[in-house]
Design a protein around this ligand. Structure first.
Ligand code: CU
Length: 191
């Protein structure tokens, strides 16, 4: 039941997305270029061994961070890479099941992307705070988020502008069990 529900949600969002992809591309062409920065600066979205983010443990403030979708959108649907506060990440099966209902974080993330009802994302990436990856969103505050769309090997690259000493947490609104974190190190830690 739980799985069927989350699948229904992801299918529904997937449909909204398919409609919205062309519009999103027109709004924000920046993420269409694949920089391929390498593992130290890349969050890979992977499917083998279960859908997951594979991210570096740390990154130096000001460095570029790429997010690269290596999964097959036709098999698993699109993803989001959404910065959220640690406490916003769903922790229980129940929370994950309810994630795409009102007053839950997946629904909020969709709203950051301009999704209305069953409509498509109209803002991509969804930007908050300063330029770059810096703002962790919650139910009450938008965060930085990218929607992969349905194009294979889609990627986005932005500077990490979150303060050194902080940790950025992220999750996927379509598969709310996908999440991770990266610690932001001061420039003096750059090798
Ligand atoms: Cu996902």
């Amino acid at each position: 039941m739980k799985q069927r529900l989350s699948r229904a949600m992801s299918v529904r969002l997937g449909i909204a997305i398919a409609v919205g992809v062309a519009a999103s591309l027109a709004v924000a062409p920046a993420f269409a270029s694949a920089a391929e920065l390498g593992p130290a600066n890349t969050v890979y979205i992977k499917a083998n061994g279960g859908l997951r983010f594979e991210a570096p443990k740390t990154i130096v403030e000001g460095e570029e961070l790429e997010v690269l979708n290596t999964t097959n959108p036709r098999q698993v649907g699109p993803h989001t890479f959404s910065l959220v506060t640690k406490g916003s990440i769903p922790k229980t099966p129940k929370q994950r099941q309810l994630c795409f209902t009102p007053h839950h974080i997946c629904k909020s993330i969709a709203a950051w992307h301009g999704v209305k009802g069953e409509g498509p994302p109209t803002k991509n990436p969804a930007k908050a705070g300063e330029e770059g990856w810096d703002t962790l969103g919650s139910l009450t505050k938008p965060g930085d988020s990218w929607f992969t769309g349905t194009k294979p090997r889609a990627s986005i690259t932005q500077q990490v502008t979150a303060e050194a000493g902080t940790t950025i947490y992220f999750m996927c609104a379509i598969h709310p069990w996908m999440h991770g974190s990266i610690k932001v190190l001061p420039l003096s830690a750059a090798g």
